[in-house]
Each structure stands twice: as structure tokens, then as C-alpha cells.
Design a protein. Structure first.
Length: 206
């Protein structure tokens, strides 16, 4: 798999149609008809090849106007995106971002200084390997961390917001609305509401 934006379209398309787990986290598929992006292993019936585009990172997909799939949950994809094994500087920068470097008031300039380069050069590397700016990657990571906690814990939203790296509840709610088109409480309720099949089973089993 390429480590730049020049993803091999034919190879990506074969992988997502086969739901090949080896490619999970290495790229994301944007469906043009729904404006939703998915992991290659998404259980939903694959869209037609002419209706999809591919992105090296979730941040790149979101910058292009796609929102995350609620079925395959891109925020839970393995940590092996397309930049892995690319420029050592980009790999180190992602690790720092994952650790919350840009969540506590530090800037992209501070990140570049830590890496021993100019912010302009760092942004150029991110454009080449991630298809997004360092700030956009950090924003996506914050929402992904929060989404996992919304789905997998019973923590109150205020605790999730600050644990995920948001500096205010307002920014937390705004970020969820921007990415998922709904507030985090609505997402939690939707994930915990029984499906139609589950409701039918519960009414017939007792």
C-alpha cells in the first residue's frame, strides 16, 4: 500500500469489496452517494466502485465532507494508517498527537519545534502523507477518542469531553455535531436503543 495520497485505487477497491482485514486501518472509503466514510471491513453491502473514493486517513475523509459510518465505527480501526512506515518525522508527529500534544494549548508551531523543523515543512509532510493538516488530525483524534467513550462507557458527557482532550463542553458538542450531524447524547441513545430485530426477539421470547 502506498504511503502517500497516491493510493492504488484498484487495490483499495478489491480490498474493500473483499472486506480484507489486512487493510483495516490502512485506508478509508468515502461513498459519494451517502457522504459517509467506512473502514475496508464495513459489514454494509459495498457500494458500486464508481461511487467511492479513497482516503489515507479519517481526517482526510472528514476534510472532504464525509462523516463516519456508525456501523463499522472508523474510530475503532487498528492504528495502522497509510502513513505508518513513511517519513519517521510524520510517524513521530502522529504519536505526539495521539498522546494529546495539541490538546492542551500547544500549537502546530510548538509541535514543529519539538520535531526540529518549521511548521511550514511539517504541514507539507502532513499534506503528502495524511491528506490533512496536523490540526485537523488532532481534531479527528479527539472526536474518535470521545466517540469510543460514548459507545463503550457510562461516563457523563462532561467527563468524556475533558478526558478526550476538549477544552470545553461547547467545543465537544460542536465537534460532534460537525462530524456526526448530531449531539453525543443522541449518538449514545441510538447505539443503546435495541434494533428492530432485537425488539422483535424480546417480545416473542418471553
Amino acid at each position: 500500500m502506498s504511503t502517500s495520497l497516491a493510493l492504488d485505487r484498484a487495490r483499495c477497491d478489491r480490498a474493500r469489496r473483499a472486506r480484507d482485514p489486512k487493510f483495516d486501518g490502512r485506508f478509508f472509503t468515502g461513498v459519494l452517494t451517502t457522504r459517509i466514510y467506512c473502514r475496508p471491513t464495513c459489514p454494509v453491502k459495498p457500494a458500486k466502485s464508481r461511487n467511492v473514493v479513497f482516503f489515507p486517513t479519517a481526517a482526510a475523509a472528514e476534510l472532504a465532507g464525509f462523516r463516519p459510518c456508525l456501523r463499522c465505527r472508523p474510530e475503532t480501526a487498528p492504528g495502522t494508517p497509510a502513513w505508518r512506515g513513511a517519513a519517521a518525522t510524520v510517524t513521530r508527529a502522529f504519536k505526539l498527537i495521539d498522546g494529546g500534544f495539541l490538546d492542551d494549548g500547544k500549537t502546530v508551531g510548538d509541535l514543529a519545534d519539538t520535531l526540529g523543523m518549521t511548521s511550514r515543512h511539517l504541514s507539507r509532510l502532513f499534506a503528502e502523507h495524511a491528506g490533512a493538516t496536523p490540526s485537523a488530525v488532532a481534531a479527528t483524534r479527539r472526536v474518535q477518542r470521545a466517540k469510543r467513550m460514548v459507545d463503550e462507557t457510562s461516563l457523563p458527557m462532561s467527563a468524556i469531553a475533558f478526558a478526550a482532550g476538549f477544552r470545553s463542553i461547547r467545543r465537544f458538542n460542536a465537534a460532534f455535531r460537525a462530524v456526526y450531524r448530531r449531539p453525543p447524547t443522541a449518538l449514545r441513545n441510538a447505539m443503546r436503543r435495541p434494533s428492530r430485530a432485537q425488539r422483535k426477539w424480546m417480545t416473542t421470547a418471553f
